[in-house]
Structure formats: structure tokens, C-alpha cells
Ligand binder design. Structure first.
Ligand code: G3I
Length: 433
């Protein structure tokens, strides 16, 4: 396991209590990495960066290594934003997953316009140039992404690569990738393949065929985007295990689970446990640091809320990884807050803050709401406010609604007089006891 981590660029961490109080450190003690998708344009935001640097030890560029970002014009490569992420990660000892070389989406128009022979050479050139640029810096590459159709057909998805080069494009991409960076793990990555189903079985059969014929493949990525319509499957572990039994590593590559409170936390526990139960499951990546920048932000699918507070799901993941838990045991009272604008008129708007208890029951909570002068809060409900001397910072405590069961929520509201400024207030972090 130590060698796997070393290969992933994750430094081995001593088994101290401190080391296991973050996701990355707790995962490292289990011989795995814990990563997140990162967007280069948030690297200037200090709570984003401090959460990233504290909690995670692997990163995946969310969009910056896709074909449209790197080679929007043929054979003219722009590595700027991707380099920013790779440099940030490597200077802090984090591993980097490469995402993704050959994918039907975020593909510049010129690629689709090529004839077969030209397309083949453009695909191989793209793999060679990109993997060459990052040679030795990427622990695993998603060489081919989402090449299979959803549903029961088990067929390949239509794409310029599939339609012009046929099934063989996947094999060709992997052979080119192996030669371009022999040290990188080469993964096939897809979604809706997390449980045993027709699509995952089609991928399974491809991997089995590749292994039988010596086509280079080292790992399979399971994106793991879940919500109520597509929950964490009961046979997630069994599915990961059947792939591992083919002789490949498996990785959870884009984990996010829509929801909130204890039910979201339980789903995260189940997903993490599925990986931990499979010795060849080498790491987990969540698809973003904070709910506010998620590709499906309205589903609040991640481990940190929009104010970078740890959610119950965070505590659940840390606990599943064997970490020391929030607050270091006994007093694990915690809460999170979220804000929404519920009404608006020309001169004022109403705001609502929802307070949600963490994975333990709480008896009281406190948070702050800061407005921008000359805005003024003119009334409040469902809370007991106090004010700082400027009148801009309101500290809110409960008014009969302090006692919350684990994962339960309450809310308070207020009216902001705009006085010419309609911007949203800043809601501070939530503390509980
Ligand atoms: O950067 C531009 C911005 O300049 C422009 O104003 C704005 C208006 O449309 O678009 C911005 O680009 C968006 C980009 O995300 C960055 O935010 C694209 O439109 C948008 O399509 C793109 O979405 C990404 C999506 O892949 C594209 O398919 C998501 O961020 C990214 O999370 C998502 O990630 C995928 C994985 O790569 C593969 N698996 C599924 C996963 C979720 O869809």
C-alpha cells in the first residue's frame, strides 16, 4: 500500500491523532488518497484554498485538462490553467489525477470535422502532447471517458471517435497513452457504472478483453454521481470487487451525493465503505470542495457548505475513514448554515438562513449575518438578534428553536432595506453546543 501511495505522490503520514483529523490524512492511514475536483479560477479565494490544502491530498482539474481547454485550435496547446492546478498541488505534496484525454464532450468543433485518418492522428497527437507535458506528474489518467451508452444496450456511445474509428479507438488510445507516460496509471472512467448493471457489465467485458489481450489498462474510475433517482447502489462494493478481480485498480473519481443532513451523511458512509472494503480501491475523489461551486449546486452534494462549514456528510466520511471526528470526540455538537433570498421588492428583500445540526443533536446555535452599508436589517423573525456597534453585523441566536435533533433544521428570517444596494448578506459560520 505504501508503494501505491508513493506512486500517487501521497506522502506517507505518521499515525498520529492529529494526522487523522483530515480527510487526506485519514485516507492515507488506510493506504488511500482522498481528493477533490479543483477549478483554477477559485485558487484566489482563501477559504477555498485553505480547505483544499488542509483536507485533501489529491486533486483532479474539473475542466482544465479537457480537450477544449488544452487544444481548442489544432496542435496549439494552452496549458496555463491546468498548470496552475498541477503546480499548486505538487508544491503541497498532493497527487494529481488527469481528466480526461479522449471524451465526446467538451471537444472542440474542429475534431468532429476530421476524416478518420486525420482524427486518428489528432487523437494520438493530443494524448502524446498532453501526457508528455505532464509526464511524471500525474498518478492516474482518465484516458477514455464515458464511451458507453446508458441503458440496457451495452453499446458504445456515438462520438466522432466511435463513429469514425470504431470500437478500436479505445484500445488505440490506451496503447498510445502507455507509451507517452509509462509511469502513469491508465484508467477508463464512466458514470452509471457504480452498481452491477448492463452498462457496467459492458465496461467489465471490455476490461476483461483488454486484460486477456494485453491491452494496457490499470484502473477503472467510477464517477459516482448520486441523487434520489440514482442512489448509492447496494451492490457498489460487489461491483468494485468484480472489476478488481480482473486485475485492475478501482477508484471513485467524481463522488457527489445530492441531499442534506443525516440521510446524505449515511449515503456518503456507504460509498466510502464500499471503497474501503475493496483492497484495490486506491482512492476517492469528490467532485468539488464546496456546495456553492458544484456543477449541481442546488443539490448541495458535497462535504462543505457554501461557507466552507463541515457538513454532517464530512463528519460521516472522516469517521468512515477511521479519522478522529469533528471536535475530537465527546462534544461533537456542530451546525451548518445556508442562505436564500425568499422575497424581493424594489426597496428591500427578505433573507432566510437555514441552520442544520451536524451528526449529533444540539441544544443551541449561533451565527452571524453581515450586511453592506448603507443596507440595514429592519426586522427579524424566529431568532433573537444582537448587533455590533456599526449595526451591520447581526449575531443571531435561537428564539425557542435552539434544540435540534442530529441532521434536523430550523430557520430564521430578516428584511434588508437595500438603500440602493441589493447585494446578498454574508452569513458567518455556525457554532453549536
Ligand atoms: O468558463 C465558462 C464561462 O466563461 C462561461 O461564461 C460560462 C457560461 O456557460 O461557461 C463556463 O464554462 C462552463 C464550465 O463548466 C466551467 O464552469 C461550461 O459552460 C460548463 O459546461 C462546464 O460544465 C462542466 C461539465 O463537466 C461539462 O460537461 C462542469 O463544470 C464539470 O463539473 C463537469 O464534469 C463532468 C466530468 O468532467 C465528467 N463526468 C461528469 C461530470 C459532471 O457533469
Amino acid at each position: 500500500m505504501a508503494s501505491l501511495l508513493a506512486a500517487a505522490g501521497v506522502s506517507a503520514l505518521a499515525g498520529t491523532a492529529e494526522a487523522a483529523s483530515t480527510l487526506g490524512a485519514a485516507a492515507a492511514e488506510k493506504g488511500r488518497y482522498f481528493g477533490t475536483a479543483v477549478a483554477a479560477n477559485h485558487l484566489g479565494e482563501s477559504p477555498y484554498v485553505s480547505t483544499l490544502d488542509t483536507e485533501f491530498n489529491s486533486v483532479t482539474p474539473e475542466n482544465e485538462m479537457k480537450w477544449d481547454a488544452l487544444e481548442s485550435t489544432r496542435n496549439s496547446f494552452n496549458f496555463g490553467a491546468a498548470d496552475q492546478i498541477v503546480n499548486h498541488a505538487r508544491s503541497r505534496g498532493m497527487a494529481v489525477r488527469g481528466h480526461t484525454l479522449v471524451w465526446h464532450s467538451q471537444l472542440p468543433g474542429w475534431v468532429g470535422g476530421l476524416g478518420a485518418a486525420d482524427l486518428r492522428s489528432a487523437m494520438n497527437n493530443h494524448i502524446n502532447q498532453v501526457m508528455g507535458h505532464y509526464k511524471g506528474k500525474i498518478h492516474s489518467w482518465d484516458v477514455v471517458n464515458e464511451a458507453f451508452q446508458d441503458g440496457s444496450s451495452g453499446a458504445r456511445r456515438s462520438s466522432p471517435f466511435q463513429d469514425k474509428l470504431g470500437n478500436g479507438f479505445i484500445e488505440e488510445a490506451f496503447r498510445t497513452a502507455r507509451a507517452a507516460d509509462p509511469a502513469a496509471k491508465l484508467c477508463y472512467n464512466d458514470y452509471n457504472t457504480d452498481g452491477v448493471n448492463a452498462k457496467s457489465t459492458a465496461v467489465y467485458n471490455m476490461v476483461k478483453d483488454f486484460k486477456a489481450r494485453g491491452v494496457p489498462i490499470d484502473c477503472v474510475g467510477f464517477q459516482s454521481h448520486f441523487n434520489s433517482a440514482s442512489p448509492v447502489p447496494g451492490d457498489f462494493r460487489a461491483n468494485l470487487q468484480r472489476f478488481a478481480d480482473l486485475g485492475v485498480d478501482v477508484q471513485i473519481t467524481e463522488l457527489d451525493i445530492e441531499g442534506s443532513g443525516t440521510s446524505q451523511a449515511t449515503s456518503y458512509t456507504n460509498a466510502v465503505n464500499a471503497c474501503l472494503a475493496v483492497s484495490r480501491c486506491t482512492g476517492i475523489t469528490v467532485w468539488g470542495v464546496t456546495d456553492k461551486y458544484s456543477w449541481r449546486a442546488s443539490g448541495t452534494p458535497l462535504l462543505f457548505d457554501g461557507n466552507y462549514n463541515k457538513k454532517p456528510a464530512y463528519n460521516a466520511v472522516l469517521t468512515a475513514l477511521g479519522g478522529s471526528g469533528s471536535g475530537g470526540g465527546g462534544g461533537s455538537a456542530a451546525c451548518t448554515v445556508s442562505y436564500s433570498r425568499t422575497d424581493e421588492w424594489s426597496d428591500r428583500f427578505n433573507g432566510k438562513v437555514t441552520v442544520t445540526a451536524g451528526s449529533s443533536a444540539i441544544s443551541t446555535w449561533t451565527t452571524t449575518v453581515t450586511v453592506t452599508s448603507p443596507q440595514k436589517i429592519s426586522s427579524t423573525w424566529n431568532g433573537s438578534p444582537t448587533w455590533d456597534s456599526s449595526g451591520n453585523v447581526m449575531t443571531m441566536k435561537p428564539n425557542g428553536n435552539g434544540s435540534l435533533a442530529a441532521g434536523a433544521s430550523t430557520s430564521f428570517g430578516f428584511t434588508v432595506m437595500k438603500n440602493g444596494n441589493a447585494s446578498a448578506p454574508t452569513v458567518g459560520s455556525c457554532t453549536a453546543s
